[in-house]
Design a protein around this ligand. Structure first.
Ligand code: FE
Length: 133
């Protein structure tokens, strides 16, 4: 992994809201159905709320029924890093922004075709950029 270590913890705290800091830097999770994007159906790109890196495209977003934005693949193989996460008594795969190391959510093997993956992502970890037409 190639995480951006140039930001200090104090800088992250200054840049992010307390809620975003808890999720992006402390691996928190927003409550289901409370985030900004779980029900967003507009076309565009979802960028990392920490560093602006493009992470997911709207055409890979699907309605998972979980209350979190869900995608069946990342925008590119390089965008999202995956890491084994054994916290909370569960064996899960954590999804992180490869560029800045911010926590995004988790990846589960129960998604739709063509990948069979479900990237379950916190809205707070994303910043949506609507497609210009
Ligand atoms: Fe990032």
């Amino acid at each position: 992994m190639c995480f951006d270590k140039t930001k200090t913890d104090a800088e992250w705290r200054a840049e992010l809201s307390p809620g975003q800091y808890r999720i992006l830097r402390e691996h928190g999770t927003e409550p289901a159905f409370t985030g900004e994007y779980w029900d967003n159906h507009e076309a565009g790109v979802y960028r990392c709320a920490g560093c602006g890196e493009p992470l997911f495209a709207s055409d890979t977003k699907f309605d998972s029924g979980t209350g979190w934005p869900s995608f069946y693949q990342a925008l590119s193989a390089d965008a999202v890093a995956e890491k084994r996460d054994g916290s909370h008594g569960m064996d899960r795969v954590e999804a992180l922004c490869r560029r800045c190391g911010s926590h995004l959510g988790h990846v589960f093997p129960d998604g739709p075709a063509p990948t069979g993956l479900r990237f379950c992502i916190n809205s707070a970890s994303l910043r949506f950029q609507k497609k210009q037409d």
